[in-house]
Design a protein around this ligand. Structure first.
Ligand SMILES: Nc1ncnc2c1ncn2[C@@H]1O[C@H](COP(=O)(O)OP(=O)(O)OP(=O)(O)O)[C@@H](O)[C@H]1O
Ligand SMILES: [Mg+2]
Length: 181
């Protein structure tokens, strides 16, 4: 690329939803389909690296989301599509990240992975719902800690009974639509 050529546009795709909703699975599928540079920012991985001292209180979750939002914005404004997979249950914390992206003109695509709790419990990929049942885990989103659904996401996606490929396609289409504007 010459010095005068504009860098490719980045964006943030923010997948929010209950544990086992499909965020991580979708994030990898979406990233694999994108033509340009893209990175998955996964809540579990980043919590271990960036926020090991944080718990699951409202304040701690907000701080974790804020750190991930900062990182996503940094990548996105440098031409990398950041595909974020994090429960991010609180609306105000997500709105803050959205506003920070808007302030810099960085496209932000919020996807509510709206798989219902009943299905998430059945999937229970990490055994969290079962560990809640036996009392090993508390403050589990959707069970004894609230999930505040986005009021106006760019995409609402219930993965129940749907193929990964079709869901990933919808996310990519929402991204393309947002970046085109
Ligand atoms: N259409 C679909 N899209 C995404 N995942 C799907 C779909 N259909 C079934 N699944 C399954 O649902 C599960 C979702 O697990 P995943 O780890 O992605 O959830 P998560 O939202 O990242 O949960 P957590 O918040 O606990 O990290 C996987 O086992 C995946 O194969
Ligand atoms: Mg995950």
């Amino acid at each position: 690329m010459s010095a005068t050529e504009a860098p490719s546009a980045g964006a943030t795709v923010w997948l929010t939803g209950l544990p086992s909703a499909g965020k991580t699975t979708l994030a990898h599928a979406v990233t694999g389909r994108l033509p340009g540079p893209a990175e998955v920012l996964d809540g579990d991985e980043l919590r271990a690296v960036l926020s090991p001292e944080l718990g699951h209180s409202r304040a701690d979750r907000a701080l974790n989301v804020s750190r991930i939002g900062y990182l996503a914005r940094l990548l996105a404004r440098n031409g990398i599509t950041a595909v974020v997979a994090v429960v991010s249950p609180f609306a105000d914390a997500r709105l803050k990240v959205r506003a920070e992206h808007a302030a810099e003109g960085v496209p932000f695509v919020e996807v509510h992975v709206a798989t219902p709790l009943r299905i998430c419990r059945e999937r229970d990929v990490k055994g969290l719902y079962e560990r809640w049942r036996t009392g090993e885990v508390r403050e589990l989103t959707g069970v004894d800690s609230p999930y505040e659904p986005p009021e106006d996401p760019e995409l609402w996606l219930d993965t129940t009974g749907r193929s990964l490929s079709s869901c990933a396609g919808e996310v990519c289409a929402a991204l393309a639509d947002r970046v085109r504007r």
